[in-house]
Ligand binder design. Structure first.
Ligand SMILES: NC(=O)C1=CN([C@@H]2O[C@H](COP(=O)(O)OP(=O)(O)OC[C@H]3O[C@@H](n4cnc5c(N)ncnc54)[C@H](OP(=O)(O)O)[C@@H]3O)[C@@H](O)[C@H]2O)C=CC1
Ligand SMILES: O=C(O)C1=N[C@H](C(=O)O)C[C@H](O)C1
Length: 264
C-alpha cells in the first residue's frame, strides 16, 4: 500500500484525484491538506461521500508529523507549490507535483534538494499521456520544422499563463531546434502582445474561455505546408492514469524528474 496525501482536495483536479486514490487498491488516502476550515474529516465537506473518513489538515508540516505519508500529491496553486515541495523534500516525503507555475530557479532548487536527500520527486506539467506524446512529437518535428508557434487553450479559472504544458513544450523544442529567428525581422506589434509570449523565439499564445478544459496545438510551418499537433483533454479523468502512474514511479526514484516523458 502506498500511503498518499493530497493537497487541494476540493479543487477541480483534487476532487478527481481523491476519488481515484480512494478507489485504487494499491493506494491509501491517508490525509488531505486544505487551507480553509472544512471540518476534521473529508466526509464533512459536501463534495465527498460520508464514507471518506480521511483526516483534513490545514498545515503541511503538521500533516507530515502526524501522518508521515509516502507521497504528497500537490494540486493546489502556483503560489503554494514551491513551499510544499521544499517542505516535503526536507521531511522525507516524496512529492508528485501536478500544480504548474514553478520558476526555473524553484525547479533547480528542488532538483538539488531531491538529489542531496536521494528522494524521488515528480514534477509533471501534464499527466495526460496524449499531452506527453504531443510534447515528444513536437520535439521530433522541430528538428525538421524550425518555424513553430504554440496555442494553448484553457478554462477561464486558470491562474497561470502560459500553461505548464506550453512552457515545457517550448523548452523541449528549444533543446533540439537550431537557434532560429522566425517571422519577419521588421515585424512590429501595433497592439502589445499581439504576437504572444516568446520562449527562445517560439511564440506562445494563451486562450482562456469558459467551457474549455485543457487543449494545445503546436503549429509547424514549412514551404507550402502546415503540420499541426493537437491534444485535447475533455475531462479531468484524462489526467488520472498519469497521476497513479507517477505515484507508483516516485516510490522507486532517488531524484527529481521533470516531465513524464522521461519515465514513460
Ligand atoms: N499536471 C497536470 O496534468 C494538471 C495540472 N493542473 C494544475 O493543477 C493545479 C490545480 O488545478 P485545478 O484543480 O484546476 O485548480 P482549482 O482552483 O480548482 O483547485 C485548487 C485547490 O487548491 C486549494 N488551495 C489553494 N491554496 C491551498 C493551500 N495552500 N493548501 C491547500 N489547498 C489549497 C483551493 O482552495 P480554494 O478554492 O478554496 O482557494 C482549491 O480547492 C493548477 O496549477 C493547474 O495548472 C491541472 C490539471 C492537470
Ligand atoms: O490548469 C489546468 O487546467 C491545466 N494545467 C496544466 C498546465 O498548465 O499545463 C495541465 C493541463 O493543461 C491542465
Amino acid at each position: 500500500m502506498i500511503r498518499v496525501a493530497i493537497g487541494g482536495p476540493r479543487g477541480k483536479m483534487g476532487q478527481e484525484a481523491v476519488h481515484t486514490i480512494m478507489n485504487n487498491e494499491n493506494m491509501e488516502l491517508v490525509a488531505v491538506l486544505d487551507h480553509r476550515e472544512i471540518g476534521e474529516l473529508l466526509s464533512e465537506s459536501p463534495e465527498f461521500p460520508a464514507s471518506y473518513d480521511v483526516p483534513v489538515f490545514l498545515d503541511l508540516d503538521t500533516l507530515i508529523t502526524m501522518i508521515s505519508p509516502d507521497v504528497f500529491l500537490d494540486l493546489t496553486t502556483p503560489h503554494q507549490v514551491f513551499e510544499h515541495t521544499k517542505l516535503c523534500l526536507q521531511r522525507n516525503v516524496r512529492p508528485v507535483i501536478g500544480t504548474t507555475g514553478f520558476t526555473d530557479e524553484q525547479l533547480q532548487h528542488c532538483t538539488t534538494l531531491a538529489k542531496n536527500n536521494k528522494l524521488g520527486c515528480i514534477v509533471a506539467p501534464n499527466f495526460a499521456i496524449g499531452a506527453v506524446l504531443m510534447m515528444k512529437f513536437a520535439a521530433m518535428a522541430a528538428v525538421y520544422f524550425p518555424d513553430v508557434e504554440i496555442i494553448e487553450m484553457h478554462h477561464d479559472q486558470k491562474l497561470d499563463a502560459p500553461s505548464g504544458t506550453a512552457y515545457k513544450t517550448a523548452q523541449m523544442i528549444a533543446e533540439v531546434r537550431p537557434s532560429h529567428k522566425q517571422g519577419h525581422p521588421n515585424e512590429e506589434e501595433t497592439i502589445a502582445g499581439a504576437r504572444g509570449a516568446s520562449f527562445d523565439g517560439i511564440p506562445i499564445h494563451s486562450v482562456r474561455l469558459p467551457g474549455l478544459i485543457a487543449h494545445q496545438q503546436v503549429l509547424f510551418g514549412g514551404e507550402g505546408q502546415l503540420f499541426t499537433l493537437r491534444h485535447d483533454s475533455f475531462n479531468r479523468q484524462s489526467f488520472m492514469s498519469g497521476v497513479t502512474f507517477s505515484i507508483n514511479q516516485v516510490m522507486d526514484l532517488t531524484e527529481l524528474v521533470y516531465g513524464l516523458e522521461n519515465i514513460l
